[in-house]
Design a protein around this ligand. Structure first.
Ligand code: DX5
Ligand code: ZN
Length: 219
């Protein structure tokens, strides 16, 4: 059974103070830092890119779990690798040659993730499962923090975990979107071992990050 890890999303952080917000997350017990990159094209929102990630790199040694919600994505992978990403997760819908993009991420010695939107079926990526380090299951439609968790995703997590175990694969199962204290236990029991959370970690218990991370982990 893999250790449960928390990857707080900085999308919900104070963008005018991101470096210190990342330090607060590390001090609060975060295992990774989830960096939501949005281009206003693949998703209807725009956040940060390689120059910002490069400056944030100096604030922590924690792995940067970079979620690329951008298209096209292939030609930018190098930039995110050079900026300091440790895990680079892409959406299959954002590249016309998924295997080429996955191979590039691995060639750059980064961990490779593939993200599944709520309406994208597992069979779209089933043949790539032996090539990835992480599958990011979206429990909201990507683009914004603070959305409601989509409960149908629980059965998808269970299915993915079954495929993983039956094929003796070792990728992480990360779930992203609307994770809170009332659904995190169900998400973990369904087979997730990494939880992404922005709103719950930054807003609950008057923003007590340490308490919120511990509560999510201890479910
Ligand atoms: C949404 C992002 C998520 C989101 C999670 O497109 O990929 O990482 O920021 O934020 P909460 O936990 O607020 O749903
Ligand atoms: Zn994300």
């Amino acid at each position: 059974m893999k250790k449960i890890k928390i990857s707080p999303s900085i999308l919900s952080a104070d963008f005018s103070n991101l470096g210190n917000e990342i330090k607060r997350l590390e001090d609060g017990g975060a295992d990774l830092i989830h960096v939501d990159v949005m281009d206003g094209h693949f998703v209807p929102n725009l956040t940060i890119g390689p120059p910002v990630i490069k400056t944030l790199r100096q604030y922590t040694k924690l792995p940067f779990d970079v979620h690329l919600m951008i298209s096209p994505v292939h030609k930018y992978i190098n930039d995110y690798s050079n900026a300091g990403a440790d895990i680079i997760t892409i959406h299959p819908e954002a590249t016309d040659n998924l295997i080429e993009s996955l191979d590039l991420i691995k060639k750059l010695n980064k961990k490779v993730g593939v993200s599944l939107n709520p309406d994208t079926k597992i069979n779209v990526i089933e043949k790539y499962l032996s090539k990835v380090d992480l599958i990011l299951i979206m429990s909201v439609y990507p683009g914004f923090g603070g959305q409601k968790f989509i409960p149908d995703v629980i059965s998808k997590i269970k299915n993915l975990k079954k495929i993983k175990d039956n094929n003796k694969l070792n990728f992480d199962i990360e779930v992203d979107g609307g994770i809170n204290f009332s659904n995190s236990k169900e998400v973990i029991n369904a087979g997730a071992n990494i939880l992404v959370s922005g709103t719950t970690i930054f807003k609950e218990n008057n923003g007590n990050i340490k308490k919120n991370i511990e509560t999510l982990k201890s479910q």
